[in-house]
Structures are given as C-alpha cells and as structure tokens.
Design a protein around this ligand. Structure first.
Ligand code: ADP
Length: 206
C-alpha cells in the first residue's frame, strides 16, 4: 500500500509550485486536475457521458469538452454542476487510486484542489498537507498568472472552503506567503518526515 499525502490549498496558494519541489526530491505526483483534463480531452473517458447528458453544445469540434460552453451552462443551470461532477468525480477517484497504487516511489503526493470540499479524503490519504497563503497574496498571484479581475478571483475563492476550514483539517502546513526560497526548508523537513512515515507503513504492512 502506497503512503499517500493529499496536497490541497486554495486557488493560487502554490500547490503546483510546492508539488514540483516534492517531485524533485523523489515523490510520485498524482494530480486530479491533470486527470480531469485527460478525461475531457478528445476521446477522453468522460466525453461520451458528458455528450449524452448535456448534448453536443458542450463539445468542441475535436470532441473535447468546450470549457467556456460548460462554464456558461453551469452558470445558467445550477444542477449542471452537480451532474458534471457526478460524471467526473468517480472517474477521477478511480484513476487516481490506480495511479497511486502503481507508483514505485517511496510515497505519493496526491494533488487535489478540492480535496476537503469533495469529502472522503480521510479514507483516501494517510496525511493531509495544506499549502497556506494569505488571501491578499493569493488574489495577487492568481491575477498576475491569469489576468482575471479581482472580482473574478474572489468569485472563484467563494466557491472553495475558507482558509480557516482548510487549515483546520491539515496534518501539515506549508506557508507560502513569502519568497520562493522560503519554501525549500519547509519542503525538505516534510519530505524527510514523509519518507520515515512511508517506511514505517511499509514495515507495518509486511
Ligand atoms: P496553485 O497550483 O495552488 O493554483 P501555483 O503553484 O500555480 O498555485 O502558484 C500560483 C502562481 O503564483 C504561479 O504563477 C506561481 O508561479 C506563483 N507563485 C507561487 N508561489 C510563489 C512564491 N513563493 N513567490 C512568488 N510567486 C509564487
């Protein structure tokens, strides 16, 4: 059984940045967003169900999900979001479980932006690592990365749980309010800790 660290955090908190640092040190990365993209690419495993549920209006000409059309649909029809998630979430769970099980690295970092929101995370992870960031810094970074207006960033943040709620479920925290270099010692300490925990779990399972 792989040792699985669930990594989460609000939009722009620095999940991808932090995940990359763990991967450089030898952790396996399994990313729910990457899986979701593959599922909704042309020929993606979710596309037949999505087309059957929402019609061809949410398809691009190449057969991939038309994200803008889907976003508009979700905006005008509240139930569409739940129906889309009912298709995607079980597939994401199944594929992420398979990828975690197949990993040969000492431990797996399972990157799930909505880990806490989607529930069941305690059963899926040995540990929850939260990338924590001041909300003003978070907003500034997302605006710089995406060119979105401040209201648009706040609207996305409003769909996610609060910083406080996320911190409350964290076993471990990486603080990412400052310079990039401030991440390195934090990642180093946690990486060594996870190697120890993974070794202990492997010994206990033998
Ligand atoms: P997430 O995956 O949580 O959405 P990212 O890792 O993509 O967040 O980080 C959001 C943006 O902020 C990216 O453009 C990233 O390069 C930048 N960033 C992350 N951490 C820092 C930092 N400590 N200093 C400066 N920029 C950062």
């Amino acid at each position: 059984m792989s040792f699985i660290v669930g990594l989460t955090g609000g939009i722009g908190s620095g999940k991808s940045t932090v995940a990359e640092l763990f991967a450089e040190r030898g952790a396996a990365l399994v990313d729910a967003d990457v899986i979701a993209h593959a599922l909704t690419a042309p020929q993606g495993a979710a596309m037949a169900a999505i087309a059957a549920t929402f019609g061809d209006g949410v398809l691009q000409t190449d057969g991939a999900l038309d994200r803008t059309a889907m976003r508009n649909l979700v905006f005008s029809d509240r139930s569409a979001k739940a129906r889309l998630e009912a298709i995607l979430h079980p597939l994401i769970r199944e594929q992420s479980r398979a990828l975690c099980a197949a990993a040969t690295q000492p431990y797996v970092l399972l990157v799930v932006p909505l880990l806490v929101e989607t529930g069941g995370y305690r059963e899926r992870t040995d540990r929850v690592l939260v990338v924590d960031c001041d909300e003003a810094v978070q907003i500034a970074r997302v605006m710089a990365r995406s060119g979105l207006a401040v209201e648009a960033v706040k609207a996305i943040m409003a769909t996610q749980i609060s910083r406080l709620e996320r911190r409350a479920v964290a076993d471990d925290l990486v603080q990412n309010d400052g310079e990039f270099d401030a991440l390195l010692p934090q990642v180093e300490v946690l990486h060594r800790y996870y190697l120890e925990l993974a070794r202990a779990k492997a010994l206990a399972g033998r």
